[in-house]
Design a binder for this molecule. Structure first.
Ligand SMILES: [Zn+2]
Length: 127
């Protein structure tokens, strides 16, 4: 697809909607490989020059998501990619697989998810 101001607005709206449903702060969105390359190197380390290969990339540590608009063919694939990347932000401990795919499916059907709570409190201080 082509990046237009209208498309950008739709993307940001969808991201807001799904970030709310997944109880994560809305990530910063990059829509082109140019925008990826313009980010500080440490943010996109590991998937910087290879980002173009993917439909989307979640740079989880920095709450940044790249959506490869040029590669994405239509709104349906776009929405699926957004949900996929936001699912990574909410479920950082899940790798790709059946469980992850089920979460994406549920997300696309409008499910909501409670905020992520770290299981281990070993290194957290209680006041
Ligand atoms: Zn993924």
């Amino acid at each position: 697809m082509k990046i237009t101001p209208n498309l950008r607005a739709s993307v940001l709206e969808m991201v807001e909607t799904y970030a709310t449903r997944f109880s994560v702060p809305a990530p910063r969105i990059l829509l082109s490989t140019r925008e990826v390359l313009n980010m500080p190197k440490h943010v996109t380390a590991g998937r910087r020059t290879t980002a173009y290969k993917y439909y989307g990339v979640a740079y989880m540590q920095y709450n940044v998501v790249f959506l490869n608009i040029r590669k994405i063919s239509d709104m349906k694939v776009l929405e699926k990619t957004i949900v996929h990347e936001i699912a990574h932000l909410r479920f950082p401990y899940l790798a790709h697989g059946k469980r992850f795919n089920n979460i994406v499916k549920k997300g696309l059907r409008g499910s909501t998810f409670r905020p992520y709570v770290r299981r281990s409190i070993k290194y957290q201080y209680i006041r």
